[in-house]
Write a protein that binds this ligand. Structure first.
Ligand SMILES: [Zn+2]
Length: 255
């Protein structure tokens, strides 16, 4: 299988996992940079992530435009992905979602979303909040052009996640496996923090040293990371699509 075909399969798996883990619903999307041409990226056509198959993946340029005019309808907010890929050569995969648990942290300024659980460490020490109104005034809150996408990417800066006020989040990582993991644990971390706030008293966040220690030991295709990806893919009903890039070995579905 070519690197492009296997990446398309991984992108389908990523779509299904994010749906199964309730990070996305009918809305929200995940993309990956093209393995051969870094000036393009792959993303599904306008379709709920749980329904995405390999035939639904399209190629867009870094302005968020399709290579031909006669293609299928596209996500209105594809400019989030285009602008982040433009701004961040280190980023290979991007997620945008509306996960409900993170929304309070995009609205209330009193408590910042920061890592409080070990699996939340990948969101990093700083999670900026982007408010579309700061520069664009009254909008429908959706990122529907490249200018808005670039403003969001600027707010994201070198970080892994930006919250989008009253809307959702954008996350970015070095690989699909990492951006999915990050996006699954982001709402869980938010939920734990919210519940801890309800219990009252001082909140113990992960220290910068703890975050650094966890990230230092992380490899996208280590046995431990693969175990999660394989588990989630099977749970999402697409274990048969798994291919492990480092050895090309196809893993069989496990129920
Ligand atoms: Zn959105």
């Amino acid at each position: 299988m070519s690197s492009l075909d296997s990446l398309i399969q991984d992108l389908v798996i990523a779509n299904r996992i994010l749906a199964k883990e309730e990070v996305v619903d009918a809305y929200g999307h995940v993309s990956v940079r093209h393995p051969v041409d870094p000036k393009r990226f792959l993303i599904a056509r306008s379709l709920a992530p749980d329904l995405v198959g390999p035939e639904d993946i399209v190629e867009l340029d870094l302005d968020g435009q399709p290579l031909t005019d006669d293609g299928p309808a596209l996500y209105l907010e594809r400019f989030i992905h285009a602008a982040i890929f433009q701004a961040r050569p280190d980023v290979m995969a991007v997620v945008h979602a509306h996960a409900e648990d993170i929304l309070p942290f995009s609205i209330a300024s009193a408590t910042k979303l920061r890592p409080v659980i070990h699996a939340g460490s990948f969101i990093g020490t700083e999670v900026p909040v982007w408010d579309i109104a700061d520069r664009f005034g009254d909008t429908n809150l959706l990122v529907t052009n490249l200018e808005q996408g670039r403003d969001l990417a600027e707010c994201l800066g070198p970080n892994s996640v930006a919250l989008m006020r009253g809307h959702g989040f954008a996350s970015a990582a070095r690989s699909l496996i990492e951006v999915v993991r990050l996006s699954v644990y982001l709402p869980r971390n938010a939920r734990a923090l919210m519940r801890a706030k309800q219990l009252g008293g001082e909140i113990k966040y992960l220290s910068p040293g703890e975050i650094e220690a966890r990230n230092r030991g992380y490899r996208p295709y280590s046995v431990e990371t693969w175990r999660t990806w394989e588990y989630w893919a099977n749970k999402a009903g697409c274990g048969h699509l798994l291919t492990r890039p480092d050895d090309g070995h196809t893993h069989t579905p496990k129920g």
